[in-house]
Design a protein around this ligand. Structure first.
Ligand code: CO
Length: 217
């Protein structure tokens, strides 16, 4: 059996295992989706969203791209967030980066990478914003890890800048935005514990899109 054929065998086995625990599994799955979480992560094959979160089909809405970027000109991620917030009514938005991220590593090297240039520039911008902190770290490995974390933080801020997210939050007190980093050496998720309300408050002067005079206390 080739690796390609094996996929279809895997799929049949998976169907059977689901049916063994719940005969109506796919009947329920086909009905509707009502995920509480939107997960925005890296495309890296070693970071499977559902698996690391221990969630079943239907429990997390997923968007992945190289280095988990939330870029205002990327129609794809903008549509995903809008749909998740306005239609799926998600309670939590997670931006999940990971250590050993090839995209972040590539952005740290001054090199022409063709079509990846405009994409990775988002990460180079994160570096520029936090240049003093990053340049004060002498270990290359630690600087790389810190850029992974700061990139997650900045992408969370990009999520919080969006009108859909701000307006929904004013109305419902959710969604909350969370920044995580996955460590593939241990399998553990690290919560960066970003203070969502403080970030929203700090950026409000410039990015308030709530269509009101609403202010956080
Ligand atoms: Co990556």
């Amino acid at each position: 059996m080739t690796s390609y054929e094996k996929i279809f065998q895997n799929n049949k086995d998976w169907v059977q295992s689901k049916l063994n625990t719940d005969a109506d599994f796919f009947k329920k799955l086909a009905k509707d989706q009502n995920p509480e979480f939107l997960y925005i992560g890296c495309s890296d094959s070693r970071v499977p969203a559902n698996e690391i979160m221990g969630l079943e089909p239907g429990e997390v809405f997923v968007h992945r791209n190289i280095a988990n970027l939330v870029c205002a000109t990327d129609l794809n991620v903008m549509a995903v967030i809008n749909f998740a917030v306005r239609h799926l009514d998600v309670r939590h938005i997670v931006v999940c980066g990971h250590y050993n991220c090839g995209g972040v590593k590539a952005a740290m090297k001054p090199e022409d990478l063709g079509i990846l240039n405009p994409w990775l520039r988002n990460i180079r911008d994160v570096y520029r914003l936090h240049k003093d902190e990053l340049n004060s770290i002498t270990s290359d490995g630690e600087r790389y890890n810190r850029l992974v974390e700061l990139n997650v933080q900045e992408q969370c801020i990009n999520v919080i800048k969006l009108a859909s997210v701000q307006q929904q939050y004013v109305k419902n007190n959710y969604p909350m935005v969370h920044g995580w980093v996955f460590d593939m050496k241990t399998g553990l998720l690290k919560d960066l514990k970003l203070d969502f309300e403080k970030i929203l408050h700090d950026i409000q002067e410039i990015y308030n899109l709530t269509d009101s005079n609403w202010k956080l206390k």
